[in-house]
Design a protein around this ligand. Structure first.
Ligand SMILES: *[C@@H]1O[C@H](CO)[C@@H](O)[C@H](O)[C@H]1NC(C)=O
Length: 314
């Protein structure tokens, strides 16, 4: 290999948002508000679930895990984005960039696995109500959570190590608001065939299979409800499944669209907006869609605020 240009990139420029210079402050406030809503909303859910022993059931423990993952997921990208909106040179050192990529992959996979666990939990609860407590035992739930962490560590590590092999020479401008794997691959000077192959295979396994599992769970739920139709049951099931499915589709739809079907006519703006959807919007909506509409959560919230003193030593 001839290396005429020996300069090796030590930092990248994140030219993230396609916005006019004058709008920086407006977007700063917008993203700051969204970030605060995400963190506070999800913290509230974790807090309520920990506090109320009626909510120590598999569904709520998964939800609490999802909230934790949402907080971490948005903290991987948004604080750096906020910092860059204010600075003149939106740079990020090479090592930070890989670290951000690792945690981004880690928490997006974790989110994806937890959504599967939650869909499975609802499937067992609705289709096998009598066996629910034996199937979803605390041990099994813990197993699902630990399995998610192990798989996601492996997957994120694999992509990060493959990325660390690559050599970046001249171009260091990332047309994105975080160190996105596919944007980094486009800048690499070395051969990226192996990386692309691994993205395709692992992306297929890690995104498409969970998505199909979720769709299958909800399809079974809907068909089991339609078999014994009662107006109230149908209404309740469709409102629950409908809102879960809308989050799931928003998350998987944009991720699959971006990574598995990257078409060359996707403009940078379109990709950024799609990435915004699942990095900023879904973590913010999850708490509202999964829980704050829910009667048990509202009950727990009411209990906390009606008591003067919260017994923290339960
Ligand atoms: C995550 O789920 C596990 C298993 O259900 C549970 O023991 C744990 O408390 C949950 N973690 C959080 C942060 O809610």
């Amino acid at each position: 290999m001839t290396r005429r240009n020996q300069t090796i990139v030590s930092e990248f420029l994140l030219l993230g948002l396609p916005i006019e210079p004058g709008q920086q402050n407006l977007f700063y406030l917008l993203f700051l508000a969204m970030y605060l809503i995400t963190v506070l909303g999800n913290l509230l859910i974790i807090f309520l679930i920990q506090l109320d022993s009626n909510l120590h059931t598999p569904m709520y423990l998964f939800l609490s895990n999802l909230s934790f993952s949402d907080i971490c997921f948005s903290s991987v990208t948004i604080p750096k984005l906020l910092q860059n909106l204010l600075s003149q040179v939106p740079s990020i050192p090479y090592a930070d960039c890989l670290t951000q990529m690792y945690f981004f992959l880690f928490f997006s996979d974790l989110e994806s696995f937890l959504l599967v666990a939650m869909a499975y939990d609802r499937y067992v609860a609705i289709c096998f109500p009598l066996h629910y407590t034996t199937i979803m035992s605390p041990k099994f739930c813990l197993f699902l959570v630990v399995l998610s962490w192990v798989l996601t560590t492996f997957h994120a590590m694999l992509h990060t190590l493959l990325m660390a092999r690559l050599w970046f020479c001249e171009d260091n401008v990332i047309p994105h608001f975080f160190c996105d794997m596919s944007a980094l691959l486009k800048l690499a000077c070395s051969d990226t065939q192996v990386n692309e192959l691994v993205i395709l295979i692992m992306g297929g396994l890690i995104l498409v299979i969970p998505f199909l599992l979720i769709l299958m769970s909800y399809a079974r739920i809907v068909s089991s409800i339609l078999r014994v139709p009662s107006a109230r049951g149908i209404c309740k099931a469709f409102s629950t499944c409908g809102s879960h499915l809308s989050v799931v589709s928003l998350f998987y739809g944009t991720v699959i669209g971006l990574y598995l079907c990257p078409s060359s006519n996707n403009s940078a703006v379109k990709e950024t907006v799609m990435a915004m959807m699942y990095t900023v919007v879904t973590p913010m909506l999850n708490p509202f869609i999964y829980s704050l509409r829910n009667r048990d959560m509202k009950g727990a919230l009411g209990k906390v605020f009606s008591k003067k003193k919260i017994p923290l030593y339960i």
